[in-house]
Design a protein around this ligand. Structure first.
Ligand SMILES: CC(=O)N[C@H]1[C@@H](OP(=O)(O)OP(=O)(O)OC[C@H]2O[C@@H](n3ccc(=O)[nH]c3=O)[C@H](O)[C@@H]2O)O[C@H](CO)[C@@H](O)[C@@H]1O
Ligand SMILES: C=C(OP(=O)(O)O)C(=O)O
Length: 443
């Protein structure tokens, strides 16, 4: 595929602080929609054309996973054509699958198309244990025989026609990935599948809309009960990916933390409801300039409490960025991370920059300070990397962010887009800076 390659490592990002931003940021297609929909193209024995695909290392890696099972991919700009007419194997290799979480989502479509799949346990951000038991239980309920051996999930559909059977599936937790795996598998199953306690995230709805555009029969996506009536086959489609609500939220925080007036588009404001509600409750003025364009206006900000939850609750993928903002907001705040058990490691890094915060179990307790100061910091996961960059834009002096492979996984040209708004950032080889983080600090 004609996609960006991994960042040559090690390099670090120097961020000059006390920046004012100005202008409009263009929001790319949603990473988590694009990745699931790329897996979904396996369902169609023809060519699919996906538009608004972001330029990300994760997309590149997902492309490699699809190519490894025989799909043909061609990318030009933000258009990605995927032809799944021929699938040569049901076994994507560990080296590719282990690079990202979403690679595991191919198990549902592979099983639906071929009646068998051999998929290694996935990778992704080290933000928790992230088991796949809910995915597997859903497939088993639909008639698959599944065993996990040597880190590989072996799934087979017994019977003469190798077709999964519709089933009633209750998810113990509204997992995004499990909902997507089961939804895709069910599109080609025999009979009706009902997913109860399904995830309601906009990316799940986008995947369902994509499947419906290919001829699938799906009702209820976006609610906690999704019903899928299996069809024998799906047809090719030309489909645009929704804008990335997490990238949009990150830019809103970038504007707020630097006391700047910027606008962002295209966005679907409805997808940002929990983020907008929280930002507005902190005192941030955000106006709708056009149906798909939001403008953030400089405002003095008050601390607040945040609890991450499945959609329409506050998204865990915006937690780190909000923490950066709360570190500079007046008064006390408490952030409770309920979705992933290991997603507060940026607390230690923000403390390096002078933030007043401490960890108590799954909570970060924050006391707003007047100023952060630039420091060498380490990105511990994807959204932590963005949080450190936006904190660096506000801080006094230079912040040097290491661990950029996280940033490149999920942000389409964040530096370029910020630079266009007037920020000063530069990627330099690690050896050209003497500010590297050596010791983790105690929280
Ligand atoms: C590629 C992608 O779309 N990634 C998103 C997706 O991840 P992902 O699909 O992995 O997230 P899930 O919603 O599945 O995970 C939520 C919680 O459920 C647990 N769980 C999940 C599956 C399972 O079989 N068993 C189980 O216990 C997880 O460990 C986690 O604690 O949704 C997350 C929650 O909005 C986002 O942070 C990720 O950015
Ligand atoms: C956690 C994330 O991604 P993934 O599920 O791919 O690790 C994320 O997008 O913040």
């Amino acid at each position: 595929m004609n996609l960006p390659t991994d960042t040559p490592t090690p390099s670090v990002l120097k961020v000059w602080g006390e920046t004012k931003l100005e202008g409009q940021a263009r929001i790319s297609g949603a990473k988590n929609s694009a990745l699931a929909i790329m897996a979904g193209t396996i369902l169609c024995a023809d060519e699919c054309r996906l538009r608004n695909i972001p330029s990300l290392v994760d997309i590149n890696h997902m492309g490699d996973v699809l190519a490894s099972v025989g799909l043909k991919l061609h990318r030009e700009g933000d258009v990605l054509e995927i032809n799944a007419q021929e699938i040569t194997t049901s076994k994507p290799p560990y080296e590719l699958v282990s690079r990202l979480r979403a690679s595991f989502f191919v198990i549902g479509p592979l099983l639906a198309r071929l009646g068998m799949a051999r998929v290694p346990l996935p990778g992704g951000c080290a933000i928790g244990a992230r088991p796949v038991d809910l995915h597997v239980r859903g497939l088993v309920a639909m008639g698959a025989k599944v065993r996990i051996e040597h880190g590989i999930v072996h799934a087979d559909v017994p019977g003469v026609n190798n077709r999964l059977q519709g089933a009633e599936i209750y998810l113990d937790y509204p997992s995004v990935g499990a909902t997507e795996t089961i939804l895709m598998a069910a599109t080609l199953a025999e009979g009706e599948t009902r997913i109860e306690n399904a995830a309601r995230e906009p990316e799940v709805v986008d995947l369902a809309n994509f499947c419906v555009a290919m001829g699938a029969k799906i009702q209820g996506a976006g609610t906690n009960t999704i019903t899928i009536s299996g069809v024998p086959s799906l047809h090719s489609v030309d489909y645009p990916i929704i804008p990335d609500r997490i990238e949009a939220g990150t830019f809103l925080v970038a504007g707020a933390i630097t006391n700047s007036e910027i606008s962002i588009s295209p966005v679907i404001p409805e997808h940002l409801i929990p983020v907008l509600a929280k930002l507005r409750s902190m005192g941030l003025k955000i106006v709708t300039e056009a149906p798909n364009c939001l403008r953030v206006i400089p405002s003095s900000l008050q601390g607040t409490d945040i609890e991450t939850l499945p959609y329409p609750g506050f998204p865990t993928d915006m937690q780190a960025q909000l923490m950066a903002l709360l570190s500079l907001s007046a008064g006390d705040s408490v952030i409770t991370e309920t979705v992933f058990e290991n997603r507060l490691r940026h607390v230690a890094e923000l403390k390096r920059m002078g933030a007043d915060m401490r960890l108590k179990g799954q909570q970060a307790i924050i006391r707003g300070v007047h100023q952060l100061t630039g420091a060498p910091v380490m990105a511990t996961d994807l959204r932590a990397s963005a949080a450190l960059v936006v904190a660096g834009l506000a801080a006094k002096g230079i912040t040097t962010v290491q661990g950029l492979h996280h940033l490149d996984r999920g942000y389409d040209n964040l530096e370029g887009k910020l630079r266009q708004l007037g920020a000063k950032l530069q990627r330099v080889p690690a050896e050209e800076t003497d500010l590297l983080v050596e010791q983790p600090i105690k929280v």
